[in-house]
Design a protein around this ligand. Sequence first.
Ligand SMILES: *Cc1c(COP(=O)(O)O)cnc(C)c1O
Length: 473
Amino acid sequence: MKYISTRGHPAKQSFSQVLLSGLAEDGGLMLPEKLPKITDAELTAWRGLPYHALAHAVLSKFVATEDIDSATLAALTKATYTKEVFCTDEITPLRSIDGYAQGMQIQALSNGPTLAFKDMAMQLLGRLFEFELGRQNKTLNILGATSGDTGSAAEYAMRGRKGVNVFMLSPAGRMSAFQRAQMFSLQDANIHNIAVEGVFDDCQDIVKAVSNDLAFKRAHNIGTVNSINWGRISAQVVYYARGYLAATTSNSQKVSFAVPSGNFGNILAGHIAREMGVPIDTLVLATNENNVLAEFFNRGVYRPRPSKETFETSSPSMDISKASNFERFVFHLFNGDAARIATMWREVDQGRSFDVSQTPEFKGMRERFGIVAGTSTHADRLATIREVYEKTGSLIDTHTADAMKVARTLVKHGTPMIVLETALPVKFAETVQQAVGFEPPVTAAQQTMMTLPLRVVQIAPSVERVKAIVAAG
Ligand SMILES: *Cc1c(COP(=O)(O)O)cnc(C)c1O
């Protein structure tokens, strides 16, 4: 199993190399040279497996045994996917919401430590990083910017891990009290919270400036764990297989998935699962008011927007107008034509758009890849949260509501529609309160978390200051 760049650079890499590196040398993203396949017999054998063993089986498709041996991978997945971390033996249990839409189910991906789906992959990534860095006898300084979920998931995955330090920038005063408490209450010596007096883009700009200083980057071994990380994508393929197996009894059945999307990371894993042979009918891509992806899937025009045209919405983890993983899908759409991708992304990287609406690839896309896209608004979110609660007694968060709203009209008789629950409602209590008139219940542990001492340094936006903090370790 070797990985290649979407833009054609000839260097091939192993899983463990791709794991620790960000972009390919030519600015492209790494993908398996050839997607592995899942046979009917494998799918049948996987029906009885606990989640961690399924994770081992799926990941073994992406990792050569001479790269990371099978026993190591089995130990890492077994240590990761436990009831202690994810609250249930099923890890990602399904529940029916027939009362809202006949045939619709929710797959819970948000019972990990930060109550969002990013824990599903990030928890494994923490262990993979510790293993790989230990083997290379290296230390990695992870530098990132977050407006909430990603940074938190990264910190909970990396806390206390040997060989890894995390420096996480966030906009001072702009995260919810819950998100602040979740991140800043961590007392681990290898976790560094840096609140920047500015907005998210200021944080992002500082991270870019530090990463563009190649001498500094090399001297301090700076890395990232953002959504283009292939380790994360491959770990996400597991829950699509799991959702399929849990909702069916025979491999002749199909299911559909509905996915609230921002950076195209979650749904990319669904696309990969479908291409590998998990019997998926439709992948429903839901966006909020920032509907760049819906526009592409409906009209064939990809028009990323600058940050000043990005709306702040009540599903903030999808407030993204340039989907960092999308290039991987387009590489498959154009059958691995790297020269074409390189040309298209030369435009995108200059802030321009592209239009493929007249190509045969776009015209055959829906049939071939099964992706259907739609948009949900703040009013839709409120109405959906309210209606789901009234009809089923289930409280859902704002992102999950976006997916449900878009999926509702697309449910086909006899094909389960699995909506991926990407966060718990308590993380977005204010909007949930607006919808149903009360705040989601807070557990005793969450209440305690809100009162813990905070560990964070606040700084003016300054590249030099951040470099100094990283250098001091
Ligand atoms: C990150 C996130 C998303 C978007 O996922 P992508 O992989 O960026 O498409 C949706 N919902 C929640 C709650 C998230 O944290």
